[in-house]
Design a protein around this ligand. Structure first.
Ligand code: NAI
Length: 250
């Protein structure tokens, strides 16, 4: 068991995909989990039921990460209800692709607001809460290989995911004195609803560029997130780890 002191983790966008896998993997390793969702309450409740069956505590909160007030309120109340907050996983994210000539301000702003500003709002409140509890903590941010190497048709998404890496590095230096570590995981192609929306035809074109010759699984990202969330990475902060079957050199 990696988490032996009833550690509490908050995962954003935990109703499906990578977020759901992260929530389950954290619980499997002994953490209690605060699941936040934006639109899928019943799916989130099902994830919570699975966690409760593992004899861990689970709370479900509606929280749109793009809404600063909602984030502040939810993190404060959930941490109070659980009695502590040790881990934050900034997983919630969206894509709204388009080539630059067709990229409306709205698409640009929606993606930056959710992926980057949302991550900032959550980090800010979680850091305040962790400092208040005085037990240190770990923050894991979901970036993307696209944020490192770039991707045509995704300037908004890549800018948000690249900025998450800079945010991670800066914040890690700022909060190290409170025993809070901040790291990022950058997945490559992972089989989730977000990827499926891109279309299997496009995905299949990428497979020959993946040395492992396959798309990754949400559980493979979740295990890396749990590594950064646990004391197995106690001497690591400000780092980005790609989980991409060897796709990029980064
Ligand atoms: P997904 O679309 O299956 O799940 C994203 C989750 O975020 C959903 O539960 C959604 O409701 C939630 N969400 C979206 N906007 C939200 C908001 N404003 N407030 C709260 N929650 C919100 O996507 P997937 O694939 O599971 O992605 C999870 C994370 O991993 C994202 O940050 C994504 O950018 C990142 N990622 C995914 C990759 C992939 O290949 N699937 C590759 C690289 C990064």
């Amino acid at each position: 068991m990696l988490f032996e002191n009833n550690e509490v983790a908050l995962v954003t966008g935990a109703s499906r995909g990578i977020g759901k896998s992260i929530a389950l993997e954290l619980a499997k390793n002994g953490a209690d989990v605060i699941l936040t969702y934006n639109g899928r309450e019943s799916e989130s409740n099902k994830v919570a039921e699975e966690i409760i069956k593992m004899n861990r505590r689970a709370l479900v909160y509606k929280c749109n990460v793009a809404n600063e007030e909602e984030v502040t309120k939810v993190i404060k109340s959930a941490a109070k209800e659980m009695g502590r907050l040790d881990i934050l996983v900034n997983n919630a994210g969206i894509v709204q692709d388009g080539y630059i000539g067709m990229m409306s301000n709205e698409k640009w702003e929606n993606v930056i607001q959710t992926n980057l500003n949302g991550c900032f709002y959550c980090c800010r409140q979680a850091v305040k809460t962790m400092i208040k509890f005085g037990n240190g903590g770990a923050i894991v941010n979901l970036s993307s290989t696209s944020g490192i190497v770039g991707q045509a048709g995704q300037v908004n998404y890549c800018a948000s995911k690249g900025a998450i890496i800079s945010l991670t590095k800066s914040l890690s230096k700022e909060v190290v004195k409170y025993n809070i570590r901040v790291n990022a995981v950058a997945p490559g192609f992972i089989m989730t609803d977000m990827t499926k929306a891109t279309g299997m035809e496009i995905i299949n074109k990428y497979i020959p560029h993946i040395p492992m010759g396959r798309i990754g699984l949400p559980e493979e990202v979740a295990k890396t997130v749990v590594f950064f969330a646990s004391s197995n990475s106690s001497y690591i902060t400000g780092k980005v780890l790609t989980v991409d079957g060897g796709m990029i050199n980064g």
